[in-house]
Design a protein around this ligand. Structure first.
Ligand SMILES: [Zn+2]
Length: 613
């Protein structure tokens, strides 16, 4: 098994992990406080860095090896290109680097690292030259928060995103169940009662007659489900069932369950559903990773993977590079996850970064924990899914192994609790993360910078939620909602993602949302709380360098700078030179990850010409 390219990635990560677990923070790390600082202070002078250099040098000295494309799990072509210095031309390259923001030629070496940025090919041309398809190549885009399995699973379950009423939903279930007679459980995802008449949640009564099998339909945000009577009965959920801690069973006036279960109440179903097999995990992970690469991503941060899925992903990565660099945060509600931290060696494209836990629910289902009442539900402040003491215990557990904690926090109360705990337990060698950081008290905005907390945010959440965000929060809380610009201006590392399958995985759509804060029809004109728009340059950084910073890789990934990975996302049109709506039309034509070109399914092969004699 040969896996040469990107091997340095594993080495780098191993070095970082060793560094982190050594606990010698004060002497070992140059400790930049924000990604901008990190970008200008790329050298560490400690022993680990020297060791890393030596290992890289040894690897560079080895003869180039050829990767066997047949071992890859994905169906699309992956072409190993360039064994010596290779010049890439074709699209305009946006480097994400301050001093040379643009290039027409990128020269990369056999280890998949950038060696030079040029305005034109030299004459005579000493390089093997590869003409990439497409018009624009940006420094490789990460998605800092998504769910690979969820993306893959959504592809084989009912897609309920287009339903506009409970009757629509029932019709869709009927059609789907009829077309998939072999399924023992009918699953779907994507309904959103805020798009239904009177914004009424669907009920089990609405779904009666759609199928005789257990039916489980997940809300678009993943924080609520509606089930049919069959499943409700199988799980024994009745008027007498109490709401579990951190969960809610929606009930009618008589107290009987309506079929909607929110947050931790969803766990009541788990024992009554078939357990996923290793083959299920592999199918979902494989389909999810391919979808990410096809969307133009070079790296993804998976938030809350089960141990079972992670074990399968490890076997997949051992067979050959994954289609995207994959950074995993295990489901931190599982005690066993903490035993695994530190025992896993990173491969070319797979690294374990830490754990993900949930502080609260989501705003759409009023599960986010707010400091004051919901504006559209007086007396209700939302739910904490974990008590602060429990959150603290998890932070301490992960830090003890030298690993990060990524905490889901949507409401201003949840965010404050988490920020305070991360302040208390901050370490110079660990960059913890606030996932979503969706609604913050304005006075809490500046508190992320000191403890080096990444604000991992999703531009498309703002443009999906803007239809009802003000109803939930009221005008006074809006300035702290989806406030990327305020957080950015406070010096915080803002890393962008999609939370797919909650939102579409396409980073181009996230870029559009971040620079416009408008929906795809250009509404509202001027944008939702438009002061929070970012520039295109800032947005691309949030999707690349800041995301790389969040996984300790800013010295190696996130910009096209000599010495860094040659990772790019290539698009068919130069949307950066056009009005923002061009990002909605921009089609990803391929990615290069560490010098491995991976074309999207419909793209043509690149022209390769040898060096001139
Ligand atoms: Zn998520």
């Amino acid at each position: 098994m040969t896996r040469p390219r990107g091997r340095d990635f594993a080495v780098v990560l191993a070095a970082l992990v060793a560094l982190a677990s050594s606990g010698c923070a004060a002497t070992a790390v140059t400790a930049p406080s924000a990604p901008e600082a990190a970008a200008t202070a790329p050298t560490a002078t400690d022993g680990a860095a020297a060791q890393e250099e030596a290992t890289l040098a040894a690897l560079r000295a080895r003869p180039p090896e050829v990767i066997d494309a047949r071992t890859r799990p994905e169906p699309h072509p992956v072409i190993p290109i360039g064994t010596k210095l290779t010049a890439y031309i074709g699209p305009r390259f946006l480097t994400g680097e301050e001093f040379v923001p643009e290039a027409r030629v990128v020269v990369a070496d056999e280890s998949g690292r950038v060696r030079a940025l040029l305005r034109a090919l030299p004459n005579p041309n000493p390089y093997t030259t590869v003409t990439l398809p497409g018009a624009l190549a940006v420094a490789g885009l990460h998605d800092a928060h998504l769910h690979i399995e969820g993306i893959g699973m959504a592809r084989e379950n009912l897609d309920a995103t287009t339903s506009r009423s409970a009757a629509d939903l029932k019709k869709a279930v009927q059609a789907f169940a009829g077309a998939h007679p072999a399924l023992s459980v009918i699953r779907g995802r994507g309904w959103d009662q805020s798009r239904y008449p009177k914004q009424a949640f669907p009920t089990w009564q609405d779904l009666e007659g759609a199928t005789t099998k257990p039916l489980l339909l997940t809300r678009v945000d993943g924080h609520a489900v509606v089930v049919n009577k069959v499943l409700l009965d199988a799980a024994g959920i009745t008027a007498a069932t109490p709401d579990p801690a951190g969960g809610r069973i929606l009930r009618d006036k008589a107290g009987a369950p309506t079929g909607v279960l929110v947050d931790n109440a969803i766990d009541l179903l788990t024992p009554h559903l078939p357990k996923a097999t290793a083959a299920d995990h592999e199918r979902w992970l494989g389909a999810g990773l391919v979808a990410c690469a096809d969307a133009g991503l070079v790296a993804v941060h998976d938030m809350g993977m089960s141990l079972d899925a992670f074990r399968v992903l490890q076997t997949m990565a051992a067979r050959g590079p994954l289609p995207v660099r994959t950074f995993v945060y295990l489901d931190g509600s599982d005690d066993a996850a903490y035993d695994v931290l530190g025992s896993v060696t990173a491969t070319d494209t797979l690294a374990l970064m830490g754990v993900k836990i949930y502080a609260d629910g989501a705003l759409g289902s009023r599960g986010a924990a707010l400091l004051a009442d919901y504006s559209d539900e007086p007396g209700h402040k939302g739910l904490l899914l974990m008590e602060p003491a429990q959150i603290e215990k998890r932070i301490v557990q992960a830090h003890a192994k030298g690993f990060q904690v990524a905490v889901h926090a949507i409401g201003d109360r949840a965010n404050r609790i988490v920020i305070e705990l991360l302040e208390k337990h901050q370490r110079q060698d660990i960059r913890d993360r606030l996932e979503h950081a969706q609604v913050l008290a304005v006075e809490d905005m500046a508190r992320l910078y000191g403890p080096r907390i990444t604000a991992s945010m999703q531009p498309t959440h703002a443009t999906s939620d803007m239809r009802w965000a003000e109803a939930r929060l009221g005008k006074a809380r809006l300035p702290g909602a989806y406030a990327w610009k305020r957080l950015w201006d406070s010096g915080t590392a803002v890393a962008f993602g999609s939370d797919a399958p909650v939102e579409d995985v396409r980073p181009a759509w996230g870029i559009y949302a971040a620079i416009t804060r408008q929906d795809h029809d250009g509404q509202p004109s001027g944008g939702f709380t438009p002061d929070e728009r970012l520039t295109l340059d800032q947005t691309l950084r949030a999707f690349s360098r800041h995301a790389a910073w969040a996984v300790n890789l800013e010295r190696h990934a996130g910009a096209l700078t000599p010495g860094m990975f040659f990772d790019v996302s290539v698009f068919d049109i130069d949307a950066a030179a056009q009005p923002p709506a061009a990002w909605l039309k921009a089609r990803p034509v391929g990615t290069v990850v560490g010098g491995l070109l991976r074309l999207s399914p419909s793209s043509s092969s690149p022209a390769v010409s040898p060096a001139s004699p």
